[in-house]
Design a protein around this ligand. Structure first.
Ligand code: ZN
Length: 551
Protein backbone atom coordinates (compact mmCIF):
# COMPACT_ATOMS: atom_id res chain seq x y z
CA UNK A 1 0.00 0.00 0.00
CA UNK A 2 2.75 2.46 0.96
CA UNK A 3 4.55 1.52 -2.23
CA UNK A 4 1.46 2.28 -4.25
CA UNK A 5 1.04 5.67 -2.57
CA UNK A 6 4.70 6.44 -3.27
CA UNK A 7 4.27 5.47 -6.89
CA UNK A 8 1.15 7.59 -7.23
CA UNK A 9 2.86 10.58 -5.61
CA UNK A 10 5.79 10.23 -8.01
CA UNK A 11 3.43 10.04 -10.95
CA UNK A 12 1.48 13.08 -9.75
CA UNK A 13 4.67 15.06 -9.29
CA UNK A 14 5.73 14.07 -12.79
CA UNK A 15 2.43 15.25 -14.26
CA UNK A 16 2.65 18.50 -12.31
CA UNK A 17 6.20 19.16 -13.51
CA UNK A 18 5.27 18.41 -17.09
CA UNK A 19 2.13 20.51 -17.20
CA UNK A 20 3.34 23.39 -15.06
CA UNK A 21 6.56 24.57 -16.56
CA UNK A 22 5.08 27.93 -15.47
CA UNK A 23 5.35 29.18 -19.02
CA UNK A 24 2.64 30.62 -21.23
CA UNK A 25 3.23 31.14 -24.92
CA UNK A 26 1.17 33.77 -26.77
CA UNK A 27 1.20 33.14 -30.50
CA UNK A 28 -0.70 33.13 -33.79
CA UNK A 29 -1.52 36.85 -33.88
CA UNK A 30 0.03 40.24 -34.42
CA UNK A 31 2.55 41.33 -31.79
CA UNK A 32 3.32 44.97 -31.07
CA UNK A 33 6.47 45.05 -28.94
CA UNK A 34 7.08 48.84 -28.70
CA UNK A 35 10.71 47.80 -28.36
CA UNK A 36 12.03 49.65 -31.39
CA UNK A 37 9.08 48.34 -33.47
CA UNK A 38 6.01 50.56 -33.39
CA UNK A 39 3.92 48.57 -35.81
CA UNK A 40 2.87 45.00 -35.22
CA UNK A 41 4.90 41.98 -36.35
CA UNK A 42 3.60 38.67 -37.56
CA UNK A 43 4.84 35.23 -36.53
CA UNK A 44 6.27 36.50 -33.26
CA UNK A 45 5.57 34.73 -30.00
CA UNK A 46 5.83 36.06 -26.48
CA UNK A 47 6.87 33.60 -23.80
CA UNK A 48 5.87 34.44 -20.26
CA UNK A 49 7.40 32.70 -17.27
CA UNK A 50 5.82 33.50 -13.92
CA UNK A 51 5.50 37.27 -13.64
CA UNK A 52 7.99 38.13 -16.38
CA UNK A 53 8.49 38.03 -20.10
CA UNK A 54 11.07 35.37 -20.86
CA UNK A 55 11.37 35.72 -24.61
CA UNK A 56 10.02 37.59 -27.61
CA UNK A 57 10.96 35.43 -30.59
CA UNK A 58 9.71 34.07 -33.88
CA UNK A 59 7.34 31.25 -33.01
CA UNK A 60 9.22 28.95 -35.37
CA UNK A 61 12.44 29.29 -33.38
CA UNK A 62 10.95 28.23 -30.04
CA UNK A 63 12.13 24.95 -28.53
CA UNK A 64 9.46 22.31 -29.35
CA UNK A 65 10.07 20.55 -26.02
CA UNK A 66 9.39 23.79 -24.15
CA UNK A 67 6.27 24.41 -26.26
CA UNK A 68 4.92 21.00 -25.39
CA UNK A 69 5.12 21.73 -21.65
CA UNK A 70 3.96 25.35 -21.80
CA UNK A 71 0.43 26.67 -21.68
CA UNK A 72 -0.59 28.07 -25.03
CA UNK A 73 -2.70 31.16 -25.70
CA UNK A 74 -3.81 31.24 -29.33
CA UNK A 75 -4.29 34.89 -30.31
CA UNK A 76 -6.29 33.83 -33.33
CA UNK A 77 -5.20 36.85 -35.34
CA UNK A 78 -5.77 39.42 -32.57
CA UNK A 79 -3.16 41.89 -31.40
CA UNK A 80 -0.91 41.34 -28.38
CA UNK A 81 0.67 44.49 -26.96
CA UNK A 82 2.08 45.83 -23.69
CA UNK A 83 -0.43 46.78 -20.97
CA UNK A 84 -1.31 50.47 -21.22
CA UNK A 85 -0.33 53.19 -18.79
CA UNK A 86 -2.80 55.81 -17.58
CA UNK A 87 -0.48 58.68 -16.72
CA UNK A 88 -3.07 60.95 -15.14
CA UNK A 89 -6.27 59.66 -13.64
CA UNK A 90 -8.22 59.63 -10.40
CA UNK A 91 -8.97 56.06 -9.43
CA UNK A 92 -11.32 56.91 -6.59
CA UNK A 93 -13.16 59.47 -8.70
CA UNK A 94 -13.45 56.95 -11.52
CA UNK A 95 -15.06 54.43 -9.18
CA UNK A 96 -17.36 57.03 -7.63
CA UNK A 97 -18.51 58.15 -11.04
CA UNK A 98 -19.38 54.58 -11.92
CA UNK A 99 -21.24 54.06 -8.67
CA UNK A 100 -22.60 57.57 -7.97
CA UNK A 101 -24.76 59.82 -10.09
CA UNK A 102 -23.00 60.09 -13.44
CA UNK A 103 -24.10 63.16 -15.38
CA UNK A 104 -21.56 62.90 -18.20
CA UNK A 105 -22.86 63.17 -21.73
CA UNK A 106 -26.22 64.82 -20.85
CA UNK A 107 -26.41 67.80 -23.17
CA UNK A 108 -29.20 69.87 -21.63
CA UNK A 109 -29.86 71.52 -18.29
CA UNK A 110 -33.37 70.01 -18.22
CA UNK A 111 -31.96 66.54 -18.85
CA UNK A 112 -29.37 67.01 -16.13
CA UNK A 113 -32.01 68.10 -13.61
CA UNK A 114 -34.26 65.22 -14.63
CA UNK A 115 -31.40 62.75 -14.02
CA UNK A 116 -30.79 64.26 -10.57
CA UNK A 117 -34.50 64.06 -9.74
CA UNK A 118 -34.84 60.44 -10.72
CA UNK A 119 -31.67 59.49 -8.83
CA UNK A 120 -32.90 61.28 -5.70
CA UNK A 121 -36.23 59.48 -5.79
CA UNK A 122 -34.28 56.34 -4.86
CA UNK A 123 -32.30 57.97 -2.00
CA UNK A 124 -33.20 58.34 1.67
CA UNK A 125 -34.18 61.94 2.54
CA UNK A 126 -31.48 63.84 4.44
CA UNK A 127 -28.57 61.81 3.09
CA UNK A 128 -25.79 63.69 1.27
CA UNK A 129 -25.83 62.90 -2.41
CA UNK A 130 -22.81 63.15 -4.63
CA UNK A 131 -22.67 63.29 -8.39
CA UNK A 132 -20.39 64.51 -11.13
CA UNK A 133 -19.91 65.11 -14.81
CA UNK A 134 -22.30 67.98 -15.70
CA UNK A 135 -21.03 70.51 -18.20
CA UNK A 136 -22.93 73.75 -18.77
CA UNK A 137 -20.91 74.49 -21.90
CA UNK A 138 -23.00 71.77 -23.57
CA UNK A 139 -26.27 73.48 -22.65
CA UNK A 140 -28.21 76.10 -24.62
CA UNK A 141 -27.85 78.52 -21.71
CA UNK A 142 -24.13 78.28 -21.02
CA UNK A 143 -24.31 80.21 -17.75
CA UNK A 144 -23.49 78.39 -14.52
CA UNK A 145 -26.62 76.83 -13.01
CA UNK A 146 -27.84 77.83 -9.54
CA UNK A 147 -28.93 76.32 -6.25
CA UNK A 148 -32.47 77.43 -7.12
CA UNK A 149 -32.32 75.31 -10.30
CA UNK A 150 -31.27 72.30 -8.27
CA UNK A 151 -33.86 72.97 -5.55
CA UNK A 152 -36.63 72.34 -8.07
CA UNK A 153 -35.70 68.63 -8.03
CA UNK A 154 -33.70 68.33 -4.79
CA UNK A 155 -35.31 69.73 -1.67
CA UNK A 156 -34.90 66.86 0.82
CA UNK A 157 -31.22 65.98 0.35
CA UNK A 158 -28.07 68.07 0.44
CA UNK A 159 -26.65 67.62 -3.05
CA UNK A 160 -23.13 68.33 -4.33
CA UNK A 161 -22.51 67.85 -8.04
CA UNK A 162 -18.97 68.23 -9.31
CA UNK A 163 -18.63 69.75 -12.74
CA UNK A 164 -16.71 67.75 -15.31
CA UNK A 165 -13.09 68.66 -14.63
CA UNK A 166 -13.71 68.78 -10.89
CA UNK A 167 -12.96 72.47 -10.53
CA UNK A 168 -16.42 73.60 -9.55
CA UNK A 169 -19.28 72.20 -7.52
CA UNK A 170 -22.97 72.90 -7.96
CA UNK A 171 -24.87 72.61 -4.69
CA UNK A 172 -28.49 73.06 -3.68
CA UNK A 173 -29.80 75.31 -0.91
CA UNK A 174 -29.91 72.50 1.63
CA UNK A 175 -26.21 71.74 0.97
CA UNK A 176 -25.31 75.42 1.46
CA UNK A 177 -27.29 75.49 4.68
CA UNK A 178 -25.90 72.22 6.03
CA UNK A 179 -22.31 73.22 5.26
CA UNK A 180 -22.88 76.66 6.82
CA UNK A 181 -22.11 78.66 3.66
CA UNK A 182 -23.87 82.04 4.02
CA UNK A 183 -23.56 85.56 2.50
CA UNK A 184 -21.10 86.27 5.34
CA UNK A 185 -18.75 83.40 4.42
CA UNK A 186 -15.56 84.80 2.87
CA UNK A 187 -13.93 83.27 -0.21
CA UNK A 188 -11.06 80.98 0.75
CA UNK A 189 -7.61 81.46 -0.86
CA UNK A 190 -7.63 80.09 -4.38
CA UNK A 191 -11.38 79.71 -4.42
CA UNK A 192 -14.54 81.66 -5.03
CA UNK A 193 -18.16 81.41 -3.96
CA UNK A 194 -20.21 82.74 -6.87
CA UNK A 195 -22.71 85.31 -5.54
CA UNK A 196 -25.71 87.28 -6.77
CA UNK A 197 -25.65 91.10 -6.72
CA UNK A 198 -26.91 90.98 -3.11
CA UNK A 199 -23.90 88.86 -2.07
CA UNK A 200 -25.86 85.63 -1.62
CA UNK A 201 -24.13 82.41 -2.72
CA UNK A 202 -25.67 81.27 -6.01
CA UNK A 203 -24.84 77.60 -5.57
CA UNK A 204 -21.52 77.35 -7.45
CA UNK A 205 -18.27 76.87 -5.54
CA UNK A 206 -15.11 77.33 -7.60
CA UNK A 207 -11.85 75.50 -6.95
CA UNK A 208 -10.77 75.76 -3.28
CA UNK A 209 -14.24 76.98 -2.27
CA UNK A 210 -15.35 73.35 -2.67
CA UNK A 211 -13.38 72.67 0.50
CA UNK A 212 -16.07 74.61 2.40
CA UNK A 213 -18.15 71.46 2.01
CA UNK A 214 -15.34 69.78 3.93
CA UNK A 215 -16.25 66.55 5.58
CA UNK A 216 -19.74 66.59 4.04
CA UNK A 217 -18.24 66.33 0.61
CA UNK A 218 -15.81 63.65 1.70
CA UNK A 219 -18.61 61.70 3.38
CA UNK A 220 -20.75 61.99 0.28
CA UNK A 221 -17.83 60.92 -1.86
CA UNK A 222 -16.68 58.29 0.63
CA UNK A 223 -18.90 55.42 -0.35
CA UNK A 224 -17.59 51.95 0.30
CA UNK A 225 -13.92 52.01 -0.72
CA UNK A 226 -13.93 48.31 -1.55
CA UNK A 227 -16.82 48.78 -4.00
CA UNK A 228 -15.48 52.04 -5.38
CA UNK A 229 -11.97 50.76 -6.09
CA UNK A 230 -13.17 47.41 -7.40
CA UNK A 231 -15.38 49.23 -9.91
CA UNK A 232 -12.55 51.53 -10.97
CA UNK A 233 -10.02 48.72 -11.31
CA UNK A 234 -12.45 46.69 -13.39
CA UNK A 235 -12.89 49.65 -15.71
CA UNK A 236 -9.10 50.03 -15.99
CA UNK A 237 -8.52 46.38 -16.86
CA UNK A 238 -11.40 46.43 -19.33
CA UNK A 239 -9.67 49.32 -21.05
CA UNK A 240 -6.30 47.56 -21.15
CA UNK A 241 -4.76 49.71 -18.42
CA UNK A 242 -2.31 47.83 -16.20
CA UNK A 243 -0.51 50.79 -14.61
CA UNK A 244 -2.28 53.84 -13.26
CA UNK A 245 -0.79 57.14 -12.09
CA UNK A 246 -3.26 58.15 -9.41
CA UNK A 247 -3.26 61.91 -9.15
CA UNK A 248 -4.01 63.92 -6.03
CA UNK A 249 -4.59 61.17 -3.49
CA UNK A 250 -4.99 62.18 0.18
CA UNK A 251 -2.39 60.86 2.63
CA UNK A 252 -5.20 59.94 5.03
CA UNK A 253 -6.61 57.42 2.57
CA UNK A 254 -3.36 55.50 2.02
CA UNK A 255 -4.35 52.79 4.51
CA UNK A 256 -7.30 52.01 2.24
CA UNK A 257 -4.95 51.12 -0.62
CA UNK A 258 -2.64 49.13 1.66
CA UNK A 259 -5.65 47.19 2.91
CA UNK A 260 -7.03 46.50 -0.58
CA UNK A 261 -3.65 45.13 -1.75
CA UNK A 262 -3.39 42.96 1.34
CA UNK A 263 -6.86 41.61 0.62
CA UNK A 264 -5.71 40.82 -2.90
CA UNK A 265 -8.44 43.05 -4.36
CA UNK A 266 -6.05 45.53 -5.95
CA UNK A 267 -3.85 44.05 -8.66
CA UNK A 268 -3.23 47.17 -10.72
CA UNK A 269 0.23 48.76 -10.64
CA UNK A 270 -0.44 52.05 -8.88
CA UNK A 271 1.80 55.10 -8.75
CA UNK A 272 0.31 57.41 -6.16
CA UNK A 273 0.69 61.21 -6.37
CA UNK A 274 -0.12 62.61 -2.92
CA UNK A 275 -2.26 65.72 -2.84
CA UNK A 276 -1.18 68.85 -1.01
CA UNK A 277 -3.52 68.88 1.98
CA UNK A 278 -3.07 69.56 5.68
CA UNK A 279 -1.44 66.15 6.26
CA UNK A 280 1.07 66.20 3.44
CA UNK A 281 4.00 68.05 4.97
CA UNK A 282 4.13 65.93 8.07
CA UNK A 283 3.95 62.81 5.94
CA UNK A 284 6.78 63.90 3.65
CA UNK A 285 8.93 64.90 6.60
CA UNK A 286 8.49 61.55 8.31
CA UNK A 287 8.39 59.07 5.39
CA UNK A 288 10.81 58.25 2.62
CA UNK A 289 9.31 57.36 -0.76
CA UNK A 290 7.94 53.84 -0.35
CA UNK A 291 7.04 50.83 -2.39
CA UNK A 292 4.77 47.98 -1.28
CA UNK A 293 3.46 44.65 -2.53
CA UNK A 294 6.38 43.97 -4.81
CA UNK A 295 6.23 47.51 -6.17
CA UNK A 296 2.62 47.24 -7.29
CA UNK A 297 1.93 50.17 -4.98
CA UNK A 298 4.46 52.99 -5.01
CA UNK A 299 4.10 56.19 -3.02
CA UNK A 300 6.89 58.44 -4.20
CA UNK A 301 5.32 61.55 -5.68
CA UNK A 302 3.43 64.71 -4.81
CA UNK A 303 0.75 66.61 -6.71
CA UNK A 304 0.16 70.34 -6.29
CA UNK A 305 -2.58 72.40 -7.96
CA UNK A 306 -1.35 75.78 -9.13
CA UNK A 307 -4.51 76.90 -10.94
CA UNK A 308 -7.99 75.78 -11.97
CA UNK A 309 -9.45 74.83 -15.34
CA UNK A 310 -10.05 76.86 -18.48
CA UNK A 311 -13.73 75.83 -18.77
CA UNK A 312 -14.60 77.50 -15.45
CA UNK A 313 -12.28 80.50 -16.04
CA UNK A 314 -9.97 79.15 -13.33
CA UNK A 315 -6.82 78.64 -15.41
CA UNK A 316 -4.27 81.33 -14.55
CA UNK A 317 -3.46 83.47 -17.58
CA UNK A 318 -0.88 86.19 -18.12
CA UNK A 319 -3.45 88.27 -20.05
CA UNK A 320 -7.22 88.37 -19.33
CA UNK A 321 -9.68 85.90 -20.81
CA UNK A 322 -10.97 86.98 -24.21
CA UNK A 323 -14.56 86.32 -23.09
CA UNK A 324 -14.21 87.64 -19.52
CA UNK A 325 -12.47 91.01 -19.62
CA UNK A 326 -10.28 91.85 -16.65
CA UNK A 327 -10.27 88.29 -15.35
CA UNK A 328 -7.06 86.23 -15.43
CA UNK A 329 -8.16 83.17 -13.46
CA UNK A 330 -7.20 81.78 -10.07
CA UNK A 331 -3.92 80.80 -8.48
CA UNK A 332 -4.84 77.99 -6.09
CA UNK A 333 -1.42 77.66 -4.41
CA UNK A 334 0.68 80.77 -3.63
CA UNK A 335 4.19 81.02 -5.17
CA UNK A 336 5.85 80.71 -1.79
CA UNK A 337 3.94 77.55 -0.92
CA UNK A 338 4.81 75.98 -4.26
CA UNK A 339 8.49 76.70 -3.65
CA UNK A 340 8.37 75.28 -0.13
CA UNK A 341 6.74 72.10 -1.34
CA UNK A 342 9.15 71.79 -4.24
CA UNK A 343 12.09 72.11 -1.85
CA UNK A 344 10.59 69.58 0.52
CA UNK A 345 9.94 67.13 -2.33
CA UNK A 346 13.47 67.57 -3.65
CA UNK A 347 14.92 67.16 -0.20
CA UNK A 348 12.96 64.00 0.55
CA UNK A 349 13.40 62.40 -2.86
CA UNK A 350 9.81 62.73 -4.09
CA UNK A 351 8.80 63.35 -7.67
CA UNK A 352 6.75 66.54 -8.05
CA UNK A 353 3.78 66.96 -10.37
CA UNK A 354 2.20 70.41 -10.66
CA UNK A 355 -1.23 70.99 -12.17
CA UNK A 356 -0.79 74.02 -14.44
CA UNK A 357 -3.24 74.89 -17.22
CA UNK A 358 -2.97 78.62 -17.96
CA UNK A 359 0.20 80.10 -19.47
CA UNK A 360 1.03 82.06 -16.32
CA UNK A 361 0.59 78.95 -14.14
CA UNK A 362 3.01 77.13 -16.43
CA UNK A 363 5.55 79.95 -16.33
CA UNK A 364 5.39 79.97 -12.54
CA UNK A 365 5.77 76.20 -12.37
CA UNK A 366 8.80 76.24 -14.65
CA UNK A 367 10.33 79.04 -12.56
CA UNK A 368 9.86 77.04 -9.36
CA UNK A 369 11.34 73.90 -10.94
CA UNK A 370 14.33 75.89 -12.22
CA UNK A 371 14.92 77.41 -8.82
CA UNK A 372 14.79 74.08 -6.96
CA UNK A 373 16.23 71.48 -9.34
CA UNK A 374 17.68 73.58 -12.17
CA UNK A 375 17.50 71.59 -15.34
CA UNK A 376 17.03 67.82 -15.19
CA UNK A 377 19.30 66.67 -17.98
CA UNK A 378 20.19 63.44 -16.17
CA UNK A 379 16.46 62.68 -15.71
CA UNK A 380 16.94 62.08 -12.02
CA UNK A 381 13.88 64.09 -10.93
CA UNK A 382 11.39 63.77 -13.82
CA UNK A 383 9.23 66.54 -12.43
CA UNK A 384 5.99 66.85 -14.28
CA UNK A 385 3.58 69.54 -15.35
CA UNK A 386 0.07 68.11 -15.37
CA UNK A 387 -2.02 69.31 -18.34
CA UNK A 388 0.43 72.03 -19.51
CA UNK A 389 -2.50 73.08 -21.66
CA UNK A 390 -1.69 76.59 -22.68
CA UNK A 391 1.97 77.55 -23.01
CA UNK A 392 3.92 80.54 -24.26
CA UNK A 393 6.26 79.63 -27.15
CA UNK A 394 9.24 80.32 -24.87
CA UNK A 395 7.95 77.93 -22.20
CA UNK A 396 7.56 75.14 -24.77
CA UNK A 397 11.29 75.42 -25.42
CA UNK A 398 12.13 75.64 -21.71
CA UNK A 399 10.11 72.55 -20.79
CA UNK A 400 11.89 70.47 -23.42
CA UNK A 401 15.34 71.92 -22.79
CA UNK A 402 15.10 71.42 -19.03
CA UNK A 403 13.72 67.86 -19.38
CA UNK A 404 10.54 68.57 -17.48
CA UNK A 405 7.66 66.31 -18.41
CA UNK A 406 4.40 67.74 -19.79
CA UNK A 407 1.78 65.13 -18.85
CA UNK A 408 -1.14 65.68 -21.22
CA UNK A 409 -4.61 64.37 -21.95
CA UNK A 410 -5.49 64.34 -25.65
CA UNK A 411 -9.25 64.38 -25.08
CA UNK A 412 -9.07 67.65 -23.17
CA UNK A 413 -8.28 69.29 -26.51
CA UNK A 414 -11.23 67.72 -28.31
CA UNK A 415 -13.60 68.54 -25.44
CA UNK A 416 -12.30 72.08 -24.91
CA UNK A 417 -12.25 72.95 -28.61
CA UNK A 418 -15.95 73.92 -28.30
CA UNK A 419 -14.98 77.04 -26.36
CA UNK A 420 -11.16 77.32 -26.26
CA UNK A 421 -11.03 79.99 -28.94
CA UNK A 422 -13.67 82.10 -27.23
CA UNK A 423 -11.78 81.82 -23.92
CA UNK A 424 -8.31 82.79 -25.14
CA UNK A 425 -8.74 83.90 -28.77
CA UNK A 426 -7.45 82.27 -31.95
CA UNK A 427 -3.87 83.46 -31.65
CA UNK A 428 -3.24 82.22 -28.11
CA UNK A 429 -4.92 78.92 -28.99
CA UNK A 430 -2.05 78.25 -31.41
CA UNK A 431 0.18 77.24 -28.51
CA UNK A 432 -2.55 75.46 -26.53
CA UNK A 433 -2.62 71.63 -26.43
CA UNK A 434 0.64 72.01 -28.36
CA UNK A 435 1.69 68.37 -28.49
CA UNK A 436 3.60 68.49 -31.75
CA UNK A 437 5.46 71.66 -30.77
CA UNK A 438 6.52 70.04 -27.47
CA UNK A 439 7.67 66.84 -29.14
CA UNK A 440 9.56 68.73 -31.81
CA UNK A 441 11.27 70.77 -29.10
CA UNK A 442 12.42 67.45 -27.60
CA UNK A 443 9.88 66.70 -24.85
CA UNK A 444 8.03 63.46 -24.23
CA UNK A 445 4.32 63.52 -23.47
CA UNK A 446 2.92 60.77 -21.26
CA UNK A 447 -0.78 60.36 -22.05
CA UNK A 448 -3.73 60.19 -19.72
CA UNK A 449 -7.49 60.58 -19.61
CA UNK A 450 -7.92 62.52 -16.35
CA UNK A 451 -10.74 60.06 -15.64
CA UNK A 452 -13.44 60.77 -14.43
CA UNK A 453 -13.15 64.06 -16.33
CA UNK A 454 -12.91 62.09 -19.57
CA UNK A 455 -13.59 58.40 -20.19
CA UNK A 456 -10.63 56.16 -19.34
CA UNK A 457 -10.42 54.51 -22.80
CA UNK A 458 -6.78 54.97 -23.98
CA UNK A 459 -7.71 54.19 -27.59
CA UNK A 460 -10.05 57.18 -27.54
CA UNK A 461 -7.10 59.21 -26.25
CA UNK A 462 -4.95 57.94 -29.12
CA UNK A 463 -7.72 58.80 -31.58
CA UNK A 464 -7.90 62.37 -30.22
CA UNK A 465 -4.10 62.68 -30.31
CA UNK A 466 -3.94 61.63 -33.94
CA UNK A 467 -7.00 63.44 -35.31
CA UNK A 468 -7.80 66.32 -32.94
CA UNK A 469 -11.40 65.58 -33.90
CA UNK A 470 -14.49 64.42 -32.05
CA UNK A 471 -15.85 60.96 -32.77
CA UNK A 472 -17.97 62.34 -35.61
CA UNK A 473 -14.87 63.64 -37.34
CA UNK A 474 -15.35 67.34 -36.47
CA UNK A 475 -13.86 69.74 -37.20
CA UNK A 476 -12.82 68.87 -40.71
CA UNK A 477 -9.09 68.18 -40.75
CA UNK A 478 -8.84 68.57 -36.97
CA UNK A 479 -8.61 71.37 -34.41
CA UNK A 480 -5.33 73.22 -35.06
CA UNK A 481 -4.21 70.20 -37.09
CA UNK A 482 -0.51 71.19 -37.06
CA UNK A 483 -0.41 69.80 -33.53
CA UNK A 484 -1.69 66.31 -34.43
CA UNK A 485 0.47 63.32 -33.52
CA UNK A 486 1.39 60.23 -35.48
CA UNK A 487 0.08 56.79 -34.53
CA UNK A 488 3.51 55.86 -33.19
CA UNK A 489 3.60 58.93 -30.96
CA UNK A 490 0.05 58.26 -29.80
CA UNK A 491 1.04 54.68 -28.87
CA UNK A 492 4.16 55.91 -27.07
CA UNK A 493 2.05 58.26 -24.93
CA UNK A 494 0.33 55.29 -23.32
CA UNK A 495 3.35 52.96 -23.13
CA UNK A 496 6.97 54.11 -23.26
CA UNK A 497 6.42 57.71 -22.25
CA UNK A 498 4.06 56.81 -19.41
CA UNK A 499 6.59 54.27 -18.17
CA UNK A 500 9.34 56.88 -18.17
CA UNK A 501 7.18 59.43 -16.34
CA UNK A 502 6.60 56.85 -13.60
CA UNK A 503 10.25 55.69 -13.35
CA UNK A 504 9.14 52.37 -14.78
CA UNK A 505 10.93 52.23 -18.14
CA UNK A 506 13.09 49.31 -17.02
CA UNK A 507 10.08 47.12 -16.23
CA UNK A 508 7.01 48.01 -18.32
CA UNK A 509 5.86 49.74 -21.50
CA UNK A 510 7.37 47.30 -23.98
CA UNK A 511 7.89 43.60 -24.58
CA UNK A 512 11.43 42.68 -23.70
CA UNK A 513 12.98 39.74 -21.93
CA UNK A 514 12.92 40.33 -18.17
CA UNK A 515 10.14 42.92 -18.31
CA UNK A 516 6.94 42.54 -16.33
CA UNK A 517 4.38 40.37 -18.13
CA UNK A 518 1.73 43.12 -18.32
CA UNK A 519 0.01 42.45 -21.61
CA UNK A 520 -3.27 42.94 -23.38
CA UNK A 521 -5.04 41.29 -26.29
CA UNK A 522 -6.91 43.74 -28.55
CA UNK A 523 -9.51 42.78 -31.17
CA UNK A 524 -7.81 44.79 -33.93
CA UNK A 525 -4.35 45.93 -34.83
CA UNK A 526 -4.28 49.38 -33.25
CA UNK A 527 -0.83 50.03 -34.72
CA UNK A 528 -2.21 49.86 -38.26
CA UNK A 529 -6.01 50.39 -38.42
CA UNK A 530 -7.38 53.73 -39.70
CA UNK A 531 -7.77 56.27 -36.87
CA UNK A 532 -11.57 56.05 -36.95
CA UNK A 533 -11.32 52.36 -36.01
CA UNK A 534 -9.46 53.16 -32.78
CA UNK A 535 -12.81 54.32 -31.41
CA UNK A 536 -14.20 50.78 -31.72
CA UNK A 537 -11.13 48.90 -30.43
CA UNK A 538 -12.02 46.35 -27.74
CA UNK A 539 -9.71 44.77 -25.21
CA UNK A 540 -10.28 41.01 -25.19
CA UNK A 541 -8.01 40.11 -22.27
CA UNK A 542 -5.70 41.82 -19.81
CA UNK A 543 -2.80 40.24 -17.92
CA UNK A 544 -0.90 41.78 -15.03
CA UNK A 545 2.39 40.10 -14.16
CA UNK A 546 1.46 37.02 -16.09
CA UNK A 547 -1.96 36.59 -14.45
CA UNK A 548 -5.17 37.13 -16.38
CA UNK A 549 -7.22 39.83 -14.68
CA UNK A 550 -9.80 40.57 -17.38
CA UNK A 551 -11.44 38.67 -20.18
ZN1 ZN B 1 -6.72 65.39 -12.86
Amino acid sequence: MTKLIRKCTALLLFILLVSCSGRTVFHNGQVLTMDGHYTSQENLAVVVKGERIEAVEPFASLDPAMLKRAKSVDLDGSLLMPGLIESHGHLFGAGMTRLGLDLRGINTKEGTLAAVGSYLSKQKPGKWVFGSGWDQTDWVDKEFPTAADLDTVASDNPVALHRIGGHSVWVNSLALKTAGITPQTTDPDGGQILRDPAGRPTGILLDNAAQLLGEYDMAARGGNPLKVITAAQKEAFGNGITTFHDMAFPVNFLPVYRWLYRLGVLKLNLRVYLVDDENLEEYLASKEPQSFHDDRLRIAAVKVFLDGAMGSFGALLSEPYSDKPGHIGLQTTPDQRLLELARLAENRGYQLAVHAIGDLANTKTIAAFEEVIGTDRDDRYRWRIEHAQFLSPGDIIKIARNHYIPSMQPRHATTDMKWAISRIGPQRTETAYAWRALIEAGAIIPGGSDVPVEPMNPFWGMYAAETRQDHQGNPDGGFYPDQRLTRTEALKMYTLWGAFAGFDEQRIGMFKSGYQADLIIVDRDVSRVPAQELIEAQVLATYVRGKRVYE
